[in-house]
Design a protein around this ligand. Structure first.
Ligand code: GRF
Length: 216
């Protein structure tokens, strides 16, 4: 039997995705040990969620570092002390240096609230509304140095309604994120993911399971 994979989760805010991981682990739906949660903001609510779940936390305040690289070096050192198998970005609002990203290539994952490659960056919900899109969603992807790019593990989509605002869409997308991210992590944990020609394969092939449609 292979041992459970060890994860470090990086957050900056509410940590509702982190909570979804904790809940799925506690329910036995996700085999993963979150050994450390790190925030770059001291007041991130996600730190409280982690503490309540008995997970070690740390805060590396980016404002106390004189450069992006020195912050990333400290972050790498702290993560590597834990011998993490995977580093999970869950609402971590910092751009990471190429050195950091390359150090964790193939074991650094992120969630982005759009159907990438559509709408990298911010304001994704408003941009989808403005464009009159029929579908909007969230993507979980391996991280590469280019922001919000990288091979996509899993996407979830839902239909926009005439009444949707950026705020209602954000809430609807959040709901599906909480199902998608634990699912993607469970595939990683079970060694079911490979990257070939910049595409993520599930059990060795491109799978219909990697694009899921939700009605929420
Ligand atoms: C999510 O919407 C995610 O897509 C984005 O940041 C948000 C994090 O939310 N990258 P939370 O902190 O997990 O509640």
């Amino acid at each position: 039997m292979t041992s459970r994979k060890k994860a470090v989760v990086l957050i900056s805010g509410s940590g509702s995705n982190l909570q979804a991981f904790i809940d799925h682990i506690n329910d036995g739906q996700l085999e993963l040990d979150i050994t450390l949660v790190i925030s770059n903001k001291p007041d991130a609510f996600g730190l409280e969620r982690a503490t309540k779940a008995g997970i070690e936390t740390d805060c590396l305040n980016h404002k106390e570092f004189d450069s992006r690289l020195s912050f990333d070096h400290a972050l790498m050192q702290r993560i590597d002390e834990t011998h993490a198998d995977i580093v999970i970005l869950a609402g971590f609002m910092r751009i990471l240096t190429a050195e950091f990203v390359n150090h964790y290539r193939g074991r650094l994952v992120n969630i982005h609230p759009s159907l990438l490659p559509k709408y990298p960056g911010v304001d994704t919900h408003q941009r989808a509304i403005n464009a009159g899109d029929e579908w909007h969603g969230a993507s979980i992807h391996f991280v590469v140095p280019e922001v919000d790019a990288g091979p996509i593990i899993l996407q979830g989509q839902l239909k926009l309604t005439d009444n949707d605002t950026a705020s209602s869409l954000q809430q609807r997308i959040h709901t599906i994120e909480h199902q998608l991210y634990p699912q993607a992590l469970s595939w990683f944990s079970a060694d079911r993911l490979t990257i070939k020609n910049n595409k993520v394969l599930l059990d060795g092939e491109t799978s219909a399971k990697q694009l899921q449609t939700f009605e929420v």
